[in-house]
Design a protein around this ligand. Structure first.
Ligand SMILES: C[S@@+](CC[C@H](N)C(=O)[O-])C[C@H]1O[C@@H](n2cnc3c(N)ncnc32)[C@H](O)[C@@H]1O
Length: 323
């Protein structure tokens, strides 16, 4: 399917960060004393495909747990959302959860899908528009932490949707700021957020160090992307994926670790790496339900329902936005 076919059925807004932003962020991050690259760059087309595989892994409990919760809670969520809602999703990914939610709701009027991963966004929005022709679909490619969207209102009430515990990829300060902007975007509406819960360290660490090595491939794809798009010269075999649970801060931290002394060029600049030197590429905060509710309150939402699966692994939160 071409972009033109999609644009016929889906309104498409393109705020994809330019290659120059990617280059500037990578150069700045690698020049920093503690080297780091923002995790939003993990999701090019190859990264998005690898993340879909992560979601199927036996160790990766969040996806299947949240899918089962959405399935079970559909009628309750539909009653809270009310009829003819306008669903606004942040970080849609493969859209499986979007479909579950939209199918559960009472005659949803419109659906806005926001994601930085352009190819996957267009593909999934087009497929959804074909399968659910009664819903008006809008796809927005961009960084939801930067983009302030003024959306046309189609439907009775706006309902934000932020599944996947993607909120945990933001620091608590950034997550609160992001939620505050969501509250402004959803006046008088509501927001459904999926949040991963602190748990046994072995379970957490296994989820980010799967035995098939898919998460490692997902992390290393960031260097491959730099090679593809920024004229990088990283030797992927010279780096290793490393994820561990930082108990003090209740977050999984993910790094790429240089396996030897080496250097690599990015956009014409050379960077030297010592053996054992780390590049930070992702955090995944694990938040107890009460901790997340306090964060939502600080952002201006009124948290109401919170649901936890029977094994206590994952939570879903219903938040009310002020008028
Ligand atoms: C952890 S995945 C979750 C995908 C899906 N919602 C799920 O629950 O399986 C994060 C998704 O958010 C998107 N994403 C990450 N950072 C983003 C950003 N700053 N702006 C927009 N989309 C972003 C990624 O492309 C990816 O689709």
């Amino acid at each position: 399917m071409t972009v033109t076919d999609v644009i016929d059925r889906v309104s498409f807004m393109d705020f994809e960060p330019a290659t120059a932003s990617f280059r500037d962020d990578v150069l700045a991050g690698l020049s920093h004393p503690i080297r780091r690259i923002p995790c939003k760059y993990l999701y090019d087309a190859a990264g998005a495909a690898l993340f879909e595989r992560i979601c199927e892994l036996p160790e990766y409990y969040p996806t299947r747990t949240e899918l089962a919760m959405l399935q079970r809670l559909g009628p309750e969520i539909a009653a809270l959302a009310g009829p003819e809602a306008q669903v606004v999703e942040f970080g849609t990914g493969d859209g499986r959860k979007s479909r579950l939610l939209l199918n559960a709701l009472d005659r949803p009027a419109s659906y806005v899908s926001i994601d930085i991963s352009r190819d996957q966004l267009i593909r999934e929005a087009a497929a959804l528009a074909l399968d659910m022709p009664q819903i008006e679909v809008m796809a927005v490619c961009g960084d939801y932490t930067q983009q302030t969207l003024s959306l046309p209102t189609v439907g009775r009430r706006r309902v934000g949707f932020f599944p996947g515990s993607t909120i945990g990829n933001l620091t608590p300060v950034a997550a609160t700021a992001f939620l505050a902007r969501c509250a402004n975007m959803l006046p008088g509406g509501a927001m459904l957020v999926g949040v991963d819960i602190p748990k046994d360290i072995a379970v957490l660490e296994a989820a980010y160090n799967d035995s098939a090595g898919v998460t490692a491939a997902f992390s290393l794809n960031l260097l491959a992307r730099i090679n593809r798009e920024l004229g990088g010269t990283f030797d992927l075999s010279g780096f290793r994926h490393y994820a561990y649970f930082n108990e003090d801060q209740s977050k999984i931290e993910i790094f790429l670790i240089s396996q030897r002394e080496q250097r690599a060029a990015v956009a014409g600049r050379f960077f030297h790496f010592r053996a054992g030197e780390r590049i930070h590429i992702e955090d995944s905060y694990k938040l107890a339900p009460a901790t997340f509710q306090n964060m939502a309150r600080a952002a201006g939402f009124e948290p109401t329902q919170v649901w936890v699966d029977p094994d206590g692994l994952f939570s879903l939160h219903w938040l009310l936005a002020p008028l």
